[in-house]
Design a protein around this ligand. Sequence first.
Ligand code: PLP
Length: 567
Amino acid sequence: MGRAAADFAADYYEALLAGHLPVMSQAQPGFLRRALPAAAPEQAESGEAVLQDVKALILPGLTHWQHPRFFAYFPCCASVPSILGGVLAAAMNVLGFQWAASPACTELEQVIVRGVSSLISLDWLAQLLGLPPSLCPAASPAAGAVLYGTASEALLAALLAAKARTLAGRQPEDALRLVVYATDQTHSCCRKACMVSGILHLRQLPTCAEQGYAMQPQALEAAVQADLAAGLLPCFVCATIGTTGCCAVDPVAELVPVAQRHSIWLHVDAAWAGAFAILPEQRQAHFQGLEGADSYDVNPHKALLCGWECSAAYFQDIQWVRRALTVPPADSPYLVNDACGSGRMSLQLVEAAPGEVADGPAAPTAGTFGASSGECAGSCFASIAADTGSGTDCFSGEPASTPPKGSPAAAASCPASGPTNQQPVERQDVDIVFGHGGFRGLRLWMVLRMYGGDGLRCLMQHRLRMQRFLADMLAADERFEVVVPPRFGLVCFCLRGSRNQDNAALLEAVNSSGTAFLSHTLLSGRYVIRCALGGTLTQGCHVEAAWRTVQRCAGALRAAQVGGHRV
Ligand code: PLP
């Protein structure tokens, strides 16, 4: 059966390359419901029968993200190493929430235990991308990295860490005054993170074509000043390198002084574009100022061929993430173990407070936040210890002596700069969910090994060549306008002098042709077609085919308009 599944996957990719499958599904809503029985079978069916149905029913209902003529959104790229890594990971099916749960899994992905910083895949990636030492666990004692599933999770974790840092030593109700800054081009996951984390104030600073749709430092400063004057608490800036709509680049180096002046956490989201930093000239042109960022995220599942889901987040001071996301060990005595420092310390804490364990942990009291809602989890630990009159501070390993909550001294017990990574950072302490699976680090590790830095650099150059090709074709055809400078493999264009509905009609015609799948965005109210060049299988011939389709559809549209038909 394993062989049949492998053959199936190989046949699938051959069909994609040979153009035997349309890139977009032509299915109508409810098609699968009608084709499948209403209940699961009582008798086991053969794997062959199931694979037959996958071929006959599932494949026609897919939009094929790995199709070489998939140019929509940002591609989410798989590759032979990532598929292999995924198959192995699925077979092993380990969970790596802590070192003891699966040592090789955590050492490949995420663990800082007993002075050993072992994030092999993430350290390798940081080197390849030329990240500054301040963000590299291998170079900076306070830094840490986490392989999350998605950029949205990474942003949420960064926001929770920022919230913990801003609220340290403040009152719980101050959380209502926190403000997040982004632009009207920032990915919607920023708003989602605000919703999830209970942030009430999100400033989406307006951008414009003249400024390349980038965040303006002066506008940020003015917004911060206005919020301070209104009694609010600036907390978090989300800058983007390579915005989703048009690959705008927020000027990180110029935003850093603003963020630092006001002690605001600066997160840099480079979900798609971050992979291009593997090219030194791209790094030089677009990735300046990262040494001043508090957190940085890139999605290897997008341009770096690792397959969904795989998002590498780097933090200048990982302890703030840990403070935001660590639950008291008394909640999970079953996880206490002696394999790492946190286990040992937790055990002492649990032993010191048997009543707490039996009845569940102490609820966060006034002056402390639950770990997920803001103030550092350290306070939660300390409050348990203080309530029982004994215990150990979870960060320092020192006996806890807890000042009254909310007092300035309580703030001082949360060091402004977290402890170094000499202290344990287990996966479970920095994750939003508890039991992450999928052994993502294996996929990343296999991609890095089987492509190598050179192979990945070639791939990025290839994407930039395809981008230049399409941009040149568009520039040479007077019917079209390239709307923003093409960047990171993304070309945004529209029909010159056209109405929004003309461009929407053009996109609809191209996509329904089955030849290519492109997407759109709105820039300054204009409907713009996006062509993202970066699929693993995409070659020049596929871009040419898409371009010919765009030309043909534009011609047909023009002819229909001249002929008096409304589109
Ligand atoms: N940030 C940017 C700039 C993106 O383009 C995207 C998705 O395309 C995201 C965040 C969300 O990524 P994810 O799906 O990994 O959460």
